[in-house]
Design a protein around this ligand. Structure first.
Ligand SMILES: CC(C)(COP(=O)(O)OP(=O)(O)OC[C@H]1O[C@@H](n2cnc3c(N)ncnc32)[C@H](O)[C@@H]1OP(=O)(O)O)[C@@H](O)C(=O)NCCC(=O)NCCS
Length: 403
């Protein structure tokens, strides 16, 4: 290991960085101008062995919605180590340096395998639900479809309209990442090679009574003829509809698509309101798994950056094996006049590590869950219930994309 150097990438290393990640994840790389423009070499760490790049991790500059706020979050991706160099501690070196260096108070990622990131203090903080909807059984939302409410946008129109709606969604749920203009272009790029045999990207929108777009769905279709006739598939990639009418009308549209037998969707929330709108929720065929993993990198700042559901005054004794400044005792208060988190000498009400705080950070997991396994210890009766209620959000966090 002593021969392996870990350093920031250089501007000319985009192809080499992609080469490592694509080899580790086993996919073929094709030229990608937009991805190259989005490359942030100074925020990319590489491991180098004898001049050859053998490991990478990227931290993208993006904001994430958290309870009551939208905050900078290091969006960690592109994590890979060449198969020839696995299990020699390369990832451990990349991760520990990245987590100590990122300027943001939290880091967020999607894990290819849930066993990888817990050792670095990451915790699953949001669950995602995927659907394989049987369109013949589901019983879609009913009610009048008023002509004129639905429409489709071109990519250029979408680039103007959709960012605002995603921003509105960030106010509704935690876990939603924003997109810069360049990142939106990448999202809507729709290269034929990336379609997997499906149609070009369709951008369906709902407009409110003033004609303003207030919800959208990005989807593709696939023509399939079975022995008994058409059995097309609708592949819903993203549905963002912060208003109740847009949400209902867009789902009604998608679940009643002519010729279609199935709809796949990978980004539903665990409390997805669609469950209330269909007559047969079992026909959604739901599967739940971890989506966003959070790692608090600066406890004091992170706890101050979010809002709390009920007033809170609690002293937390926090441990952290990796980031020294996080270990300590902090008094966290939240009231109408604001949130404070300061070091204190007062006796602790709760003892826990940054991992449990990270799990609860998006408001989707109860702190009390961790008392059952001894990972949170309560010293003051009532403190755990109070903290659990304050950290919890009314709606579960959800991520609308894998980054
Ligand atoms: C996952 C990956 C990055 C790990 O890199 P690595 O350099 O082999 O990891 P390290 O040697 O630093 O391993 C550190 C620890 O994590 C464990 N670990 C690593 N990868 C793991 C995995 N996939 N599942 C379970 N444990 C894993 C190691 O066993 C080791 O445990 P130990 O400290 O108890 O000995 C690498 O194997 C890889 O690129 N895999 C394919 C691509 C991928 O899945 N990337 C992640 C995308 S989110």
């Amino acid at each position: 290991m002593t021969d392996i150097e870990v350093r920031a990438a250089e501007a000319g290393e985009f192809d080499a960085v992609r080469g490592v990640f694509s080899a580790a994840m086993m996919f073929e790389v094709t030229p990608d101008d937009l991805a190259q423009q989005l490359f942030e070499p100074e925020r990319t760490l590489v491991a180098v062995d004898g001049g050859e790049l053998i490991g990478t991790t990227l931290a993208l500059t993006r904001n994430l919605s958290v309870p009551g706020a939208v905050v900078p979050a290091a969006h960690v991706t592109g994590v890979g180590v060449r198969a020839t160099h696995r299990r020699r501690g390369v990832l451990s070196r990349l991760m520990s340096r990245q987590l100590r260096e990122v300027p943001e108070a939290i880091a967020v990622l999607w894990a290819s395998e849930p066993a990888i990131y817990g050792r670095f203090g990451y915790a699953a903080a949001a669950w995602g639900t995927s659907y394989e909807v049987d369109l013949h059984r589901v019983g879609p939302p009913t009610g009048p479809i008023r002509p004129g409410e639905l429409g489709e946008l071109t990519k250029d129109e979408a680039l103007k309209e959709l960012p605002r709606i995603l921003g509105e969604m960030q106010r509704v749920r935690a876990g939603v990442s924003d997109r810069s203009e360049l990142r939106w272009q990448k999202r809507l790029e729709d290269k034929p090679d990336d379609r997997g045999g499906r149609t070009a990207l369709r951008i369906a929108v709902h407009r409110d009574e003033t004609g303003t777009v207030d919800g959208y769905a990005l989807w593709r279709g696939k023509m399939i003829w079975g022995p008994t006739g058409p059995a097309y598939e609708v592949n819903l990639e993203e549905l963002v509809a912060p208003t109740a009418t847009a949400y209902r009308v867009l789902w009604q549209h998608l679940l009643t698509m002519d010729l279609s037998a199935k709809l796949g969707y990978g980004y539903a929330a665990v409390d997805e309101p669609l469950l209330q709108l269909v007559s047969t929720p079992t026909a959604l065929d739901r599967r739940v798994s971890e989506s966003l993993w959070i790692r608090i990198t600066d406890v004091q700042r992170a706890l101050q950056e979010r809002q709390y559901t009920v007033p809170l005054d609690v002293v937390l004794e926090v441990t952290d094996d990796l980031i020294e400044k996080n270990a300590g005792t902090f008094r966290l208060t939240a009231s109408d006049s604001g949130v404070t988190c300061e070091p204190t000498d007062s006796p602790a009400d709760l003892t826990l590590s940054t991992t449990e705080l990270s799990a609860a950070y998006l408001g989707g997991r109860p702190l009390a869950e961790f008392a059952a396994t001894g990972r949170v210890t309560e010293h003051t009766t009532g403190a755990l219930n109070q903290a659990t209620a304050a950290f919890r959000s009314p709606l579960a966090p959800v991520s609308v994309e894998v980054f």
